[in-house]
Design a protein around this ligand. Structure first.
Ligand code: SF4
Ligand code: SF4
Length: 333
């Protein structure tokens, strides 16, 4: 993650990215991380560069792509929301520059959540331009099926999420968002969109559902611009901010991190009990769209105390606390 900065601030973003974030990965830290990755894991299965929105700092993105490729790290793709592609020529220049340094593939996001701020015509502009430069089979559009649906509302203007709810009704729209997009209920998704989830459970439902796989065994990790080692998609949960990645991995012991230990062994319900017993957290009367929703709710409560290094970066929680404007739905069926 070159930054959490993103012009969109989508309601489903598991990293709570948005325009309020300012920082970018420092080049020397990035290079140090890449070298650490090479040393720690000579057989990296895949790697991608993303933000926030990485194209907002194109010079850094180009540097990162060039550096990773020159160090032999296999970049699968750069991920983008395509908001920068206002006309094909500007897109062409950027993509050609990336191709020149060795990039072979691009992932372009398209969904009702992105369409709240990005007109579909920009997404299509990026897809068509990228297809010509990298070849159609090297463009991943996540998710294709939403293009036709968004077109029904508008190709030229952003489409508020409330329009989907007004058109399809809360239940069908909720299913489309949660099941059609396979939303991960972490970060903002549970908080902002949990009420639309077809699945809602009390905290006790998640008893015994631990996170050993997600934290220790998924083999998928994100590094943020502050150096945080974030397991899988667990936005706001840091296993550390290592300067020396190989040494960090060799010495890592999850039992030294109090909240991570609970999550690995007991999962978010264990964390909820811990927070209830020690820090006046309450889950009574609340419903959660998935275990990550519960986890974020508890962590948001704990983050106010400022005692836990694992709850990083702090801005993640500040961003979650400043809610997005509510969905204003009229005439929902
Ligand atoms: S989901 Fe992607 S486009 Fe949306 S706020 Fe997060 S980083 Fe930005
Ligand atoms: S419940 Fe928390 S620790 Fe477990 S996978 Fe979800 S965000 Fe990660």
């Amino acid at each position: 993650m070159l930054s959490y900065r993103c012009q969109c601030g989508c309601r489903h973003c598991v990293y709570a990215c948005g325009p309020r974030w300012k920082d970018w990965f420092a080049k020397e830290k990035l290079e140090n991380l890449f070298r650490g990755m090479r040393e720690a894991s000579p057989h990296i299965n895949g790697f991608h560069l993303a933000g926030g929105e990485a194209f907002l700092n194109f010079e850094l993105l180009l540097f990162a792509a060039e550096k990773a490729i020159s160090l032999g790290i296999p970049i699968e793709y750069v991920e983008t929301n395509a908001g920068w592609c206002q006309e094909p020529e500007a897109g062409r220049e950027k993509l050609l520059a990336l191709k020149e340094v060795g990039l072979r593939s691009l992932l372009i996001s398209v969904s009702p959540f992105h369409a709240e701020t990005i007109p579909l015509k920009r997404t299509i502009c990026a897809i068509r331009t990228a297809e010509r430069i990298f070849g159609p089979s090297n463009i991943i559009v996540y998710m294709w099926q939403f293009i036709d649906l968004i077109k029904r509302f508008s190709e030229k203007e952003p489409v508020p999420l409330s329009r989907w709810i007004e058109t399809f009704g809360e239940e069908a729209a909720g299913e489309l968002f949660w099941e059609g997009y396979s939303l991960i209920p972490g970060g903002r998704a549970g908080i902002e969109l949990g009420f639309l989830s077809p699945e809602k459970h009390p905290a006790t439902y998640f008893s015994g559902k631990n996170c050993a796989y997600e934290i220790l065994a998924s083999q998928h990790v994100h590094f943020d611009p502050y150096g945080n080692y974030i397991p899988l998609f667990c936005g706001g949960l840091s296993l550390g901010a290592p300067e020396d990645l190989p040494a960090f991995l060799a010495n890592f012991d999850y039992r030294k991190l109090p909240l991570v230990k609970i999550l690995v062994e007991e999962g978010p319900f264990g964390l909820a009990l811990f927070a209830k017993e020690n820090f006046a957290y309450s889950f009574e009367g609340k419903l959660f769209s998935g275990k990550c929703h519960l986890c974020v709710d508890v962590r948001l409560h704990l983050s106010r105390l400022g005692e836990f290094e694992e709850l990083a970066p702090p801005l993640f929680y500040e961003n979650l606390r400043s809610h997005l404007p509510p969905l204003e739905v009229q005439n929902a069926s």
